[in-house]
Design a protein around this ligand. Structure first.
Ligand code: FAD
Ligand code: NAI
Length: 463
């Protein structure tokens, strides 16, 4: 088995395949600081470094503005950005080294370089890596995605993608962000907390349109309160780079506005990585947006070639990619590998955090459900009060007939962790009453989840 791509999809598929008895190699091209670094986008320039910087910047914000509420006075707090970035890099190095260790432990051969499909051979494939060729019965493509470029402003200079935005060596005075999506709000939050004045320019008229509207409203309110400035429904007309920075001209309503920024992050979505893979030469079928076409068992149009992760589209999330890695390896081993796409948690690591799984009320109605829902605020929770963070709420949406939970929507402290419990209940097709009758430790934030579930039948205790 050869897996092409060593991100969350590929490295997990390789480890699981090796566990199941396949002789497995994983080819990965990623380099950081001129050295091979396993873990793909997520570990090198995505999930992990962004969360490290979100954490550091949140602590800085707390020392400056929030500890005073706890009666802790810190004078003269200042920023050592170099050290903050070095800590982030150390986290990435450690985790990437961890994958190399896991490969050794599971006897996965790690190959560095670009992998490509060369030709079919004896029912299997020849895969090229640089000058070398390797034979494999099965090939799993997990080549991930790259940031989408704005034709008006190619990456480079003061225009940054996610990797550049995680490695700025100075806090920009004025930071522009194009795209109020997940990267825009997470990385915009990081630099705002570290001192930048952040302006986010979004093409769509609304904010976080995939989320529950009440969650999106609350998130926008909180982010604006923190000083992020948003402009919706804008159309970018011109972007010009000078030595000092970037000027962005955009239409907002019937006005044309020109804004000057020191740096500009472009975060307008991601495109699948299929270049250099030999896709065209061997006739690998892509869809109209360039994603590899794969069926529910991750089979492509080519025999014994499978594809998983960001490169096949769907939710571009690391945990979705990892689950597909496990599923494809198990399917190839004759087992019943499966991913439940109906219950994939989404988490946005802003402050407060945002998390959801399953259907919004509107989506549930569209699918023909009669629904009932319960909502409970963190402001009525003792632990949240102790934390000094009572922003947000949890909402549970259930089928009015069966009481089965259809969706859970959260904004508030630590909801990235709280969503896990609800996903488990949903995975077992649980009802709001199931969730409401589970004993939750007191005092914990998780009691908000229980109370929201109680709210479905209008029997909350504490509000
Ligand atoms: P990737 O991680 O992109 O890995 C693909 C690998 O294949 C890369 O190493 C690439 O170099 C390599 N490759 C490509 N072509 C070849 C080739 N021909 N030969 C050899 N190797 C090749 N998701 C979350 O779930 N939670 C988060 O908090 C989160 N935060 C994110 C933050 C940012 C800033 C970004 C950009 C993304 C974030 N994501 C997050 C999304 C997540 O990173 C992706 O969904 C995930 O990395 C997809 O995994 P993958 O294995 O499919 O692809
Ligand atoms: P995104 O799809 O989340 O958001 C892109 C935004 O840019 C959209 O709101 C879109 O309307 C807007 N946009 C597109 N073209 C535009 C234009 N020309 N002008 C202005 N706005 C424009 O994409 P993003 O933020 O780049 O992130 C990519 C993906 O990475 C996410 O979809 C997500 O799957 C993943 N990710 C996940 C994270 C998490 O799970 N916490 C964190 C960061 C990224």
């Amino acid at each position: 088995m050869i897996v092409i791509g060593g991100g969350p999809a590929g490295y997990v598929a390789a480890i699981r395949a090796a566990q199941l008895g396949f002789k497995t190699a994983c080819v990965d091209a990623f380099e950081r600081g001129g050295k091979a670094s396993l873990g793909g986008t997520c570990l090198n320039v995505g999930c992990i470094p962004s969360k490290a910087m979100l954490d550091s910047s949140e602590r800085f914000e707390m020392v400056q503005h929030e500890l005073v509420d706890h009666g802790i006075l810190v004078e003269g707090a200042s920023l050592d950005l170099g050290k903050m970035l070095a800590r982030k890099d150390a986290v990435v190095d450690k985790m990437s080294g961890g994958i190399a260790y896991l490969f050794k432990k599971n006897k996965v051969t790690s190959l560095h370089g670009l992998g490509r499909l060369v030709r079919q051979d004896q029912g299997g494939w020849v895969v090229g890596v640089g000058e070398q060729e390797f034979a494999a019965k099965h090939v799993i493509i997990a080549t991930g995605s790259s940031p989408r470029e704005l034709p008006l402003a190619p990456f480079g200079g003061h225009v940054m993608d996610n990797a550049g935005a995680l490695a700025l060596d100075r806090v920009p005075g004025k930071l522009g962000v194009i795209g109020a999506g997940v990267i825009g709000v997470e990385l915009g939050s990081v630099w705002r907390r570290l001192g930048a004045q952040v302006t986010v320019l979004e093409a769509l008229p609304g904010f976080l349109q995939a989320a529950d509207p009440a969650v999106a409203r609350e998130a926008l309110k909180q982010l604006q309160k923190q000083g992020l400035e948003f402009h919706f429904g804008v159309k970018i007309a011109r972007i010009e780079q000078t030595e000092a920075g970037v000027s962005v001209t955009y239409a907002e309503g019937d006005q044309e506005v020109t804004a000057q920024f020191d740096k500009l992050i472009v975060a307008i979505g991601r495109v699948p990585n299929t270049q250099g893979l030999g896709a065209q030469d061997v006739g690998l079928e892509l869809d109209e947006r360039g994603f590899i076409k794969a069926d529910s068992h991750y089979r492509t149009n080519l025999p014994n070639v499978y594809a998983i992760g960001d490169v096949i589209g769907g939710a571009m999330l690391a945990h979705k990619a990892e689950e597909e890695g496990v599923a494809v390896a198990e399917l190839l081993a004759g087992q019943a590998g499966h991913v439940n796409y109906n219950v994939i948690p989404w988490v946005i690591y802003t402050s407060p955090e945002i998390a959801w799984a399953g259907l919004t009320e509107a989506q549930a109605k569209e699918q023909g459900y009669d629904i009932k829902s319960g909502q409970f605020p963190f402001s009525a929770n003792g632990r949240a009060a102790g934390h000094n963070d009572t922003r947000g709420f949890v909402k549970v949406v259930a089928d009015a007939k069966t009481d089965r939970i259809l969706g859970v929507h959260m904004i508030g402290p630590n909801v990235s962790e709280l969503i896990g419990e609800t996903v488990a209940v949903m995975e077992f097709a649980g009802s709001s009453e199931d969730l409401a009758r589970i004993v939750h430790a007191h005092p914990t934030l998780s009691e908000v989840v229980k109370e929201a579930a109680l709210g479905v039948e209008k029997r909350t205790i504490h509000a």
